[in-house]
Design a protein around this ligand. Structure first.
Ligand code: ADP
Length: 324
């Protein structure tokens, strides 16, 4: 079956692959830059990053921020123009990349795909059967083994992508936006599978532009924007840097300019798109603020108050919203 029928050019380019060899699960990215041929700007700019063994590392950034490019560089699909990437280790373990696009044969069944890729991994005999059964169970594909891949729902296709990536029991698993455009049930299933794999010792790099997902799933987070790593560290430490508590308030209609300016001054509010935000508003100021808005003729349509989240951090770092 010609590959071109089954894979888009990009998906084949970054298609699932595995690298045999030594990885202790520690990745060092040192001063890496990369530009696509003919592109006007760099996709990755002087980026340095360390990922520790056993971590569940979240690479968060808006579309086009360079997540796929960075993992293509880490997995050796692209070569840096400058800088170096080292994957350290002593044991002959493996790395797997589960790409964003579907990397399987649409005309083959789930079982045929798993068997084919198990062969590509060099699995044979009893071990091959064992691994196929194990990954089908992890990805919840048992009931679909005879179904043609083309006929699977979007969520099941993502689960097949994941299952293929797990065939060789990778020590380092890299997932590129594995939950884009899928139903909540498959999303939950995939996130839970990743949690369990990490708890069992697999180092995971998880890229996403869904900050809620990264916030709930990952213990260490790198925030990427325009090819640069803006911040990197444990979630609590990153959020502590934003000032702690945050307020985001949406009004049903904008206030007149004078009322708005006086509220902004009195409560240290800043406008962010259609919202008013404050990064350090004490809870005691909340009720007076809402009363002032009401007195000025305003009506609150949405209110979020509490610990700062990654959305606040992104805004703090870039002045833009992650969802832009
Ligand atoms: P993300 O994965 O965060 O959405 P990408 O790594 O895909 O971001 O893209 C980073 C930047 O590189 C974007 O500006 C994108 O347009 C550009 N880019 C990605 N792939 C190519 C390519 N094959 N050729 C030229 N530019 C590309």
């Amino acid at each position: 079956m010609p590959l071109g029928r089954c894979f888009s050019r990009r998906s084949w380019y970054i298609a699932w692959r595995q690298i045999g060899g030594d990885t202790r699960g520690v990745i060092h990215v040192e001063g890496v830059s990369f530009s696509y041929p003919g592109a006007s700007g760099a996709a990755i700019r002087e980026l340095s990053l360390d990922i520790e063994r056993g971590s569940l590392f979240g690479l968060l950034g808006p579309n086009g921020s360079g997540k796929t490019t960075l993992i293509s560089l880490i997995t050796g699909l692209l070569r840096p123009d400058a800088g170096a990437i080292r994957i350290e280790g002593a044991s002959p373990r493996r790395l797997a990349l589960v790409p964003q696009d579907y990397a399987f044969y649409a005309r083959m069944s789930v079982a045929e795909n798993l068997d084919f890729f198990a062969g590509v991994c060099g699995l044979a005999g009893e071990r091959r059967r064992e691994r196929i059964a194990a990954v089908a169970a992890v990805a919840g594909l048992d009931a679909f083994m005879r179904t043609r891949a083309a006929r699977l729902s979007g969520g099941l296709k993502r689960r097949l992508n994941l299952a293929i990536g797990l065939l060789n029991e990778p020590e380092l698993l890299i997932l590129d936006e594995p939950t884009v455009g899928i139903d909540p049930q498959s999303r939950h299933f995939i996130l839970e599978s990743i949690r369990r794999l990490n708890a069992a010792g697999t180092t995971v790099i998880y890229t996403s532009h869904y900050m809620e997902e990264v916030q709930s799933l990952c213990d260490v987070i790198g925030i990427l924007d325009q090819g640069r790593l803006l911040a990197c560290g444990r979630l609590e430490r990153l959020l502590a840097g934003t000032g702690g508590t945050s307020l985001a308030l949406g009004l049903a209609e904008p206030l007149d300019a004078a009322a708005s300016a006086s509220l902004e001054n009195a409560y240290g509010l800043e406008r962010a798109g259609s919202e008013l935000r404050a990064s350090q508003l004490g809870s005691g100021a909340l009720v007076p603020l809402l009363a002032s808005i009401e007195r000025s003729g305003g009506r609150v349509a949405r209110l979020r108050y509490g610990h700062a989240d990654l959305e606040d951090l992104f805004l703090h770092l870039t002045g833009r919203e992650l969802r832009d």
